[in-house]
Design a protein around this ligand. Structure first.
Ligand code: PEP
Ligand code: MN
Length: 244
């Protein structure tokens, strides 16, 4: 169970969020220090300062941390602070980046590209695996479609589809898939019912002040309620959510 704000904004904000998601049962803290924003004028992340905050807060709460790496040149820096690399949707086919994280042994969270097929995603994973890094987790985060009432269209069939073709774990990100807090709880549960190995949800203590993706963030108490539902569903599915 991966959770956290879209971006690392400050020690205080991240610390508050981390305490609450940990109490709700999250296993991994996520926050972006390098953000791939559509507009170059939007908040781009705190860079190394954000990585330092993420590491410190993760350690304070006993949570391993995952954060996005956007460029092969950032890998040594990100590797110093993070327990897991995230490759974002926009970089799913940045093959040089994939090969470079393949040289590391740290696990990689590989998000599905917004126009990528399941096969494309599996081939991107191969770029990492074939360099010698076996630790890849896939992430379904929705694909672009004609539907404009949601941010993307969640392809839940990707979960059993991947499972039929690959040994790799796959998690679902209903936050970026729907962009809508009112739809995230049901899609998170549907993901678990479809066999997902985990769920990534964006959580913020004050979404209206968030520097990125505020409108899709769940409040900590909403996250705790989803986690309660997921726990019950996981039980039905014969799965357990480890405590960190
Ligand atoms: C994110 O995880 O905050 C993000 C930018 O997601 P994606 O790469 O799936 O768009
Ligand atoms: Mn985000």
């Amino acid at each position: 169970m991966v959770a956290g704000p879209c971006a690392v904004e400050s020690f205080e904000v991240l610390d508050e969020i981390a305490g609450k998601i940990r109490a709700a049962g999250a296993n991994i803290l996520r926050g972006g220090a390098f953000k791939p924003r559509t507009s170059p004028y939007s908040f781009q992340g705190l860079g190394e300062k954000g990585l330092q905050i993420l590491r410190e807060v993760g350690d304070r709460h006993g949570l391993p941390v995952v954060t996005e790496v956007m460029d092969p040149r950032q890998i040594p820096l990100v590797e110093r602070y993070a327990d897991m690399f995230q490759i974002g949707a926009r970089n799913m086919q940045n093959f040089d980046l994939l090969k470079e994280v393949g040289q590391s042994r740290k696990p990689v969270l590989l998000k599905r590209g917004m126009s990528a097929t399941v096969r494309d995603m599996l081939m991107s994973a191969e770029y990492i695996l074939s360099e010698g890094n076996p630790n890849v987790v896939l992430c379904e985060r929705g694909v672009r479609s004609f539907e404009d009432s949601t941010r993307n269209m969640l392809d839940l069939s990707a979960v059993p589809n991947v499972k039929a073709q690959s040994h790799l774990p796959i998690i679902v990100d209903p936050s970026h898939a729907t962009g809508r807090p009112d739809l995230i709880p049901s899609m998170a549960c549907a993901a678990v019912a479809a066999g997902a190995d985990g769920v990534h949800i964006e959580v913020h203590s004050c979404p209206e002040k968030a520097l990125s993706d505020g409108p899709q963030a769940l409040l900590p108490h909403q996250y705790a309620a989803v986690m309660e539902q997921i726990r019950r569903l996981a039980d039905v599915m014969g799965k357990t959510i480890p405590s960190v």
